[in-house]
Every structure is written in C-alpha cells, then in structure tokens.
Design a protein around this ligand. Structure first.
Ligand SMILES: Cc1cc2nc3c(=O)[nH]c(=O)nc-3n(C[C@H](O)[C@H](O)[C@H](O)COP(=O)(O)O)c2cc1C
Length: 207
C-alpha cells in the first residue's frame, strides 16, 4: 500500500507519513493512547507485554509475559500485578532497571519501554486491588501456599482452596516509572523508529 504524502490512518490514529512532521507531543499522545486502552481491552496486543529483568547471580536476563493493569500518561507510570514471592520481585529489588516490550500485530508497532520498577506489597493501592481481585477467579493466583517457581512434588498443586477473604494473599503491584520509550513502526513504505524520553527528548533513529 502506498500512501504518498497522505496522512496514514492506523486504527483510528492519523499519523503523518513524513515522520519529521510528528512532534514529541503527537507521538507521545498516540503511544499513551494505546497504552491506556490496553488494560481495558482484552483484545489489545499491548495488554500482555514481556517484562525483562536482570536475573540474580549468573542467571542472565529473565523475560516473562505480564498483564498490563494500568497506564497513566500524566505520570508516565505503568502497573502490573504479581505474587510478591515471585523471583521477579527479588530481581527488581536488586536491580530496578527493567524493560517492557510490547508488540502489536494490528498496529505493526513495537514499543520497548525502559523503566524503574518498584514492588509495592502493602499500600492502600494493594489493599484496594486485592479487594477487587479476591472476588475474581484470579484470586487463587495470589493464594498459593508455596511461592511461584517452587518445585512441586507429585500430587501437590500448592493452591489454597476455600474462602479467599480469610487467607493471606501475596498480591503485589509492580509500578514502572517510564524513563525511555523506543518505538518501531513497521511499514512497507519504510520503517520508522524513534526514542522518546520522559523529559521531552525525541530522536529519530535508523530502524
Ligand atoms: C498471558 C500471560 C499473562 C501473565 N500475566 C502475569 C501477570 O500479570 N503477573 C505475573 O506475575 N505473571 C504473569 N504471568 C506468568 C509469568 O509470565 C511468569 O511465568 C510468572 O510470573 C513467573 O515469573 P518469575 O518466575 O520470573 O517471577 C503471565 C503469563 C502469561 C502466559
């Protein structure tokens, strides 16, 4: 598809074909529009980014899928839920610099988000999140007797059954303060790549 100099309509977002016409403000607005949609849209590819952390000791990089729970443009903050005993929490405590990688087949966009992560285990926000989660089918994810990654013995399924409200939960909120975003847009008319920082820098990169 050749669009010439016409604005390119990508899933309702009008982007100028000539990237030099896109301002920092326009690009960040478009990216955060997708990020804020994703937690509320089960079909949005950006709802399940890959979170990469630095493994402990000599384990090397650790990457896994998480569900994006919220995105706040005003503060450049993303959030996910996890079990506070999972290895990723110890890894973040040792090295809070992480990366989240998003890919959308529909948009043909990759977004690599470098962030500083914090594990929140007992704030009012965690209590409020648990109030919602404990009434859902996902409650069991945060109630297992043994921590995630624990080696199971035969017949041990390590999940607590019963009334979730009476059990100790291990829900933690992972808060990601975004520092840098690396956006790659694939197109037959030429790929585009840009680096954006939270403090207003926009650089166009060779894709
Ligand atoms: C589609 C999908 C969504 C997932 N969402 C989460 C999540 O939101 N939080 C989480 O801790 N783990 C989630 N997981 C499981 C993680 O990928 C991972 O296996 C688990 O958290 C253990 O990671 P760790 O041992 O590196 O801490 C998800 C897995 C899949 C396949």
């Amino acid at each position: 598809m050749h669009c010439g100099d016409q604005p390119l309509n990508v899933s309702g977002i009008v982007m100028q074909q000539d990237h030099s016409q896109l301002t920092y403000e326009q690009l960040t607005t478009n990216l955060w529009q997708q990020l804020t949609r994703a937690p509320n849209d089960r079909h949005h590819d950006w709802r399940t980014p890959v979170l990469a952390t630095q493994g402990l000791d000599l384990a090397g990089p650790q990457a896994r899928t998480v569900v994006l729970r919220s995105a706040e443009y005003a503060t450049w903050v993303l959030r996910a839920y996890t079990d506070s005993r999972s290895p990723k929490c110890s890894e973040i405590a040792a090295q809070p610099r992480v990366q989240l990688s998003f890919w959308s087949k529909r948009l043909n966009w990759q977004l690599r988000v470098s962030a500083i992560a914090v594990v929140d285990v007992d704030s009012d926000a965690v209590k409020a999140a648990w109030e919602k989660v404990r009434q859902s089918r996902a409650a069991g994810d945060y109630l297992s007797h043994s921590p995630p990654g624990h080696v199971q013995s035969v017949g041990d399924h390590s999940v607590t059954h019963g009334e979730p409200s009476s059990q100790k939960h291990h829900l933690a909120i992972l808060t990601f303060k975004v520092q840098v975003m690396d956006w790659l847009a694939l197109s037959q008319d030429g790929h585009r790549r840009a680096r954006l920082t939270a403090n207003g820098l926009l650089e166009w990169l060779v894709p």
